[in-house]
Design a binder for this molecule. Structure first.
Ligand SMILES: Cc1cc2nc3c(=O)[nH]c(=O)nc-3n(C[C@H](O)[C@H](O)[C@H](O)COP(=O)(O)OP(=O)(O)OC[C@H]3O[C@@H](n4cnc5c(N)ncnc54)[C@H](O)[C@@H]3O)c2cc1C
Length: 265
């Protein structure tokens, strides 16, 4: 059987035993993409599963290429080197094999980079709120790496919900951007923080309800002024979409443009 592998692991940064930043080098360059888009990663069933995983919920034959979608965290002009932010589903088919990879190992990376969750769909001059849970922050890293420098005239905010301090991947990059760009605001919030955490401990809906965007980022919750992006847990996406409904936010689609953009993992 000819292997479909077309890329090499060049970096594996463990944020926790179940969250990692994975950097790959594709054998052939990819065309320039839009920040926020995704591609596919794939590994064969014969690859070793990580030591801290569990039995997979469904058996993967040795010769099956298991493929799943992953948002790209890289700058949109990255061509060969692509970065992903991945959480391990312990009984999943693909992620325990991804967590078993080491530097220099080979894998499959989709030739095409696709998706509708793009900052470029937002009309010029709009403020941008990027809401994420867990690894849902990945596309926003691409948004910011690609576009923050050219958007000094609008306000941008990331609201990132996670369980513990150590689950906040990209904390230092986002904190650095917040301290460097006066128009960028970063609101991490934790549901299970320990006593060392001095930051927010609210549910994302509660933060919005308390008016944090207006008071700390000068951002209005109004579809004609501000576009919302929601990425991550489907429950969060549903809850915040419903909450934004009271402000007449409409979900964006190809046929009907709206100020609410949603990507569920
Ligand atoms: C557009 C897009 C972008 C994404 N970006 C990211 C990203 O940036 N980072 C990230 O970490 N993830 C991302 N995901 C999610 C990713 O594609 C995978 O779904 C995730 O990594 C789990 O894959 P897996 O093969 O390990 O788990 P799977 O084997 O797919 O299992 C997932 C879960 O569903 C349950 N399950 C699935 N099928 C069955 C079944 N038949 N019976 C019982 N239970 C079942 C399993 O028990 C398990 O808990 C994205 C998804 C989409 C659609």
């Amino acid at each position: 059987m000819e292997s479909k592998y077309n890329a090499t692991v060049i970096g594996k940064i463990m944020i926790t035993p179940d969250i990692m930043v994975l950097r790959v080098n594709a054998d052939n360059p990819r065309a320039e993409f839009e920040s926020g888009q995704y591609t596919v990663l794939g590994l064969y069933g014969h690859e070793v599963r990580s030591l801290n995983s569990e039995a997979e919920h469904k058996f993967s034959p040795n010769d099956k290429l298991i493929r799943r979608a992953y948002s790209i965290a890289s700058h949109r002009a990255a061509s060969n080197e692509l970065e992903f932010y991945i959480s391990q589903v312990k009984d999943g088919q693909l992620t325990p094999r991804v967590f078993g990879l080491e530097q220099g190992d080979r894998l499959f990376v989709g030739e095409k980079i696709v998706g509708m969750f793009k900052l470029s769909d937002t009309p010029k001059g709009m403020d941008i709120v990027m809401v994420a849970t867990g690894t849902g922050v990945a596309p926003y890293i691409s948004f910011l790496r690609s576009h923050i420098a050219e958007n000094s005239d609008i306000n941008m905010a990331v609201i990132h919900g996670a369980a513990h301090q150590w689950d906040l991947g990209y904390y230092s990059e986002l904190s650095f951007l917040a301290s460097t760009f006066p128009n960028f605001h970063y609101f991490p919030t934790l549901t299970d923080a320990d006593e060392t955490w001095q930051g927010h401990k609210l549910w994302i809906e509660e933060m919005l309800e308390q008016g944090i965007l207006a008071s700390e980022a000068n951002i209005a919750i109004a579809p004609e002024k501000t576009h919302f992006f929601l990425c991550g847990n489907p429950k969060m996406a549903k809850g915040i979409s419903a909450w934004l409904g009271q402000y007449e936010y409409i979900k964006h689609s190809r046929k009907a443009p709206g100020a609410l953009h949603v990507e569920e993992f």
